[in-house]
Design a protein around this ligand. Sequence first.
Ligand code: SAM
Length: 372
Amino acid sequence: MEFYVTAGPGTESVLRDELCELGFSQVRLNRGGIPFFGEMRDGWRACLQTRIGQRVMLVLGRYAAETADDVYAGARALPWSQYLTPKQTIATAAYVHESCPENPNFISLKLKDAIVDSQRDEFAARSSVSRDDPDVRAFVYWSRGKATVYLDLSGEPLFKRGYRLSGGEAPLKETLAAAMLRLSGWDRKTPLVDPMCGSGTLVIEAALWAANIAPGIWRERFGFERWANFGSEEAGEMAALRGQMRREATRQHPRITGFDADEKVLESARANARSAGLNLSFRQMQLRELQGEGQRRFLITNPPYGVRLDAENRLYQELAAAVHRLVGWRCAILAGSPQCIRNIKLNPAATFPLKNGNIDCQLTVYENAGVP
Ligand SMILES: C[S@@+](CC[C@H](N)C(=O)[O-])C[C@H]1O[C@@H](n2cnc3c(N)ncnc32)[C@H](O)[C@@H]1O
């Protein structure tokens, strides 16, 4: 079976590295998402273990399609009844490349028609549509005369780990935080600090990664657990897989600390960490008070942007001063605007363009070797 794990823009290379490390087969670098091959159980395992992937999809079919009718006809011939009966509810979605003549809503409807018409042929009954909470989500990607139809194993997107109780002002998605940690070159052993930690996403994801705690173990149910081919035997296997993930967690990680100027948001961070079963240290502190203490550490953070300009300028000056005085540290900063890192006079060790929601960002990594 062919699977496709979708990736946020700029996170593809680290998702490929992650899937290779997790032992998936025939993993290949690709824009937008990373394919791998395996059995259905491998798809389940990907849902439980990927920290960076946004969704895990099963490729149900791939065929030539020049017109919307071709998309419909190809989809109607796919083996839907292996995965859903008229008892399951469905939702469809489509991506249509500019090389194709229709709009995505129309193609999504065509996919829905193909599914229900194929069901009528076989069962004389059809699934109903549930936009908000479908049992089965199908997706068609149509580009340059070729359509690919997918079933989404994840259900809710995978950044919804299930441990987060509350967010701060602008919480990062867990999948983006996990990608930032890998891109920044953190070795999972060096003590790590986020001096503007908000609701704690980066420090929690860092601890989960270092302690080998699978990010999917809090999820009550993935999408595939509602498919027609997921019976009591499969439920037993999935419970065993969850148990195996729990046993494989070392629960050991280096010192990981979150600071923030706002005590209220730290309450959320503490609650989120507790909910993830982690014992992390959070303390109220201004960025300007952060000191190196002569030990090599790793700083990773996403400062606020879009705040009042004078306050912003002062904060960005404080950030630059911190990066300059933290001799021996490696610092990774997700900047939503070039202003944010303008005052940092070190040459970056690496830069990565990323997207935080709709905002174009850059992760810039500095190595402060202490050379003037
Ligand atoms: C964009 S949010 C971080 C969000 C966080 N990554 C998360 O996922 O929840 C920026 C944080 O910086 C904090 N902050 C702003 N100025 C600060 C300062 N001078 N010192 C410490 N924290 C500051 C804010 O309180 C806010 O929580």
